[in-house]
Write a protein that binds this ligand. Structure first.
Ligand code: ZN
Length: 213
């Protein structure tokens, strides 16, 4: 029925995201954004996620913009014995490091500074490679996408770290902690990168690779 490397797109078939039925799209064609309704459950059918690249770009750019204030503004203000001390993500990690809590400092640094920028860079790399119709190592690029998507589920590690910090500081010094503006932007970066990874359709990577891949 199909040649090696044939895709649903090349034989004018698409599977329904809601009920899983494989449907032959009546008008065929190769438009990535073509959409019609599932004959069984009536939900929208499409070969590729509609406006995948545009939506992913929008979320990635918004995440990159929010990343700047997330690192510049304090994520928390610790009020201890009348003294207010504001910490950004980086100064918080340095504070932990100089107080001998280097494993926590490492977790904060990796989870809050490295992981978000790594997700943004890998999504931009994937987007540019699809725009340039690159046929370069599609399997590796798919793995990169899978890793980026998987990291999203672990982004909440930061919340746990913050909770541990709150517990440590509260128990140790009877201090109060207020969330700062940076925390709001940081939350926005986490959510926006998750939306960006969700919007990207990894099948676009393979669309330019032909049957030999
Ligand atoms: Zn359906």
């Amino acid at each position: 029925m199909s040649a090696p490397g044939a895709t649903g797109l090349s034989i004018s078939c698409a599977s329904c995201h809601e009920c899983g039925r494989l449907c032959r799209l009546p008008h065929g064609g190769h438009s990535a954004d073509f959409e019609t309704l599932c004959s069984r459950c009536g939900s929208g059918l499409h070969y590729r996620k509609p406006y995948s690249l545009q939506r992913t770009w929008a979320f990635v750019i918004a995440a990159a913009i929010c990343y700047v204030p997330a690192n510049l503004f304090p994520v928390m203000t610790v009020i201890s014995l009348g003294d207010a001390d504001s910490e950004t993500i980086l100064s918080g990690a340095i504070y932990l490091l100089t107080n001998g809590m280097w494993p926590l400092a490492l977790i904060v640094f990796v989870a809050s500074i490295c992981v978000p920028i790594a997700k943004i860079i890998s999504l931009v790399t994937l987007l540019i490679s699809v725009h340039r119709r690159s046929s370069w190592r599609p399997a590796d690029r798919t793995r990169l996408y899978r890793a980026t998507e998987a990291i999203g589920r672990w982004s909440m590690v930061d919340i746990y770290v913050d909770t541990i910090l709150v517990a440590l500081v509260s128990l140790g010094n009877l201090a109060t902690i207020e969330a700062g503006t940076g925390a709001v932007f940081f939350g926005a970066v986490v959510v926006l990168t998750m939306f960006a990874a969700e919007s990207f359709d990894p099948r676009l990577i393979w669309d330019n690779c032909g049957a030999e891949s």
